[in-house]
Write a protein that binds this ligand. Structure first.
Ligand code: ZN
Length: 128
């Protein structure tokens, strides 16, 4: 348990943090587990800058994507749109289980193609 000084300023809100502070404090332990997190950092900062646009895109396409999605395997454009629409915060991304985040040692990893991590997506439950 940490005890903060009553005179210490409160920590900055995530939106007010520098990119470096945001990556260090808001991206969980995944980043620390990747041998070379430079790709993770670029993607995480892209997510940071685009998350409001992604949320708007999700709202604007809420009717279209499910309508184009069959019960079986969705087509390529639908898959791309699903991946963008439901990508989660970088703190929820996963260390690649195939290389265990050792992307410098395994640049040809079949699981992550040398990035060391995998995106996480959460799609809402589908209506039957
Ligand atoms: Zn990997």
């Amino acid at each position: 348990m940490t005890v903060e000084s009553p005179t210490a300023p409160p920590p900055p809100a995530p939106a007010a943090m520098s990119d470096a502070d945001w990556l260090a404090t808001e991206c969980g332990t995944v980043r620390e587990s990747i041998q070379d997190p430079s790709s993770f950092d670029r993607d995480a900062l892209l997510w940071r800058r685009a998350c409001k646009d992604i949320a708007l895109f999700r709202l604007q396409t809420a009717k279209h994507i499910p309508a184009s999605r069959p019960k079986s395997r969705p087509g390529p454009l639908t898959r791309v749109m699903l991946n963008v629409t439901y990508v989660e915060h970088p703190a929820a991304w996963d260390v690649c289980p195939a290389c265990n985040g050792q992307n410098l040692d395994r640049p040809d990893c079949d699981g992550c193609h040398g990035d060391g991590y995998l995106l996480a997506q959460r799609e809402p439950a589908r209506k039957k």
